[in-house]
Design a protein around this ligand. Sequence first.
Ligand code: CA
Ligand code: CA
Ligand code: CA
Ligand code: CA
Length: 326
Amino acid sequence: MAKGSEIGGSGNRFFLNDQFSGNANNVFSYGDAGDRIYVGDWDGNGTDTIAIRRGNKFFVRNSNSSGPADFVFSYGDPGDEILAGDWDGNGTDTLAVRRGNTFFIKNSVSSGFADSVISYGDAGDTVLVGDWDGNRTDTLAVRRGNGFFVKNSISSGYADRVFSYGDAGDTILVGDWDGNRADTLAVRRGNTYFLKNSLSGGYSDTVFGYGEATDTVLVGDWNGNGTATIGVRREAPSFTYSGYGDSVINISKPGGINASALASISYSGGGYFSIWTLDARGQANDLLVSAFGSYSGTVIFDNWDWMAKSTSLEIHASGPWTITIR
Ligand SMILES: [Ca+2]
Ligand SMILES: [Ca+2]
Ligand SMILES: [Ca+2]
Ligand SMILES: [Ca+2]
């Protein structure tokens, strides 16, 4: 159900909401903060989930929860502009490559030739993907300012419908907000969302606030109930500690004491440099770094269930160090 272009933004924490309300009902982490992501129903079970794109590899997770990818595939070239949609209406979202105003549409995630190649709009247009007529197949629309040119078939040629909505500078979202199978638009202004249930101008049908203006928004049917709602992507908070020489420092982890965390460490002194994690009783847990001379790297810790959780770090150094925990 969810579809369209890359989500943008950064952060690996997702706050999904199954209602048009102010509070997330599902919060989880997936991938890394800098990952490129797409939303889609990759397994056709009715729920939209997140796929990570790294170069031309896609790491698909089929549930909205933390964990490893359920499957990995390669598609297109690393520099391609890629769209997701259910082009053949079989319930599963697949990918299309856009080059200028030409779209190479594929109905499976296998490599090989496109199933359809069409031209639509101009190379500079913003492209939206949606099931505008509710017949289960996703097609394209292009946006020029606040004008939308909707096409209801995977074919080249003139728009089937043209209308205006919002302002030229608005962030536009696509979703089936009322569950009638047809996708319509929403405008985002700051952290306020204006949903419209018809492809037309005029007043919105639903207005609500969610998250923060700095969040990146994503649209999907997270619980498979047939209506699209929103979620946001956000950077995990981080805690930075810096000092010089041997130290023992108390630390905080964004996910709390029992969560795993990442430590990004830099050291620019000479000699031996090491960092041990310590538990609440001051017992050594895990050796994060053991190096000679300057060091820069990121390590995960407290990711083993059987290990005591860390509350401090014991640093052996003879120069300046900085540790950021996220
Ligand atoms: Ca799914
Ligand atoms: Ca499909
Ligand atoms: Ca359609
Ligand atoms: Ca609808």
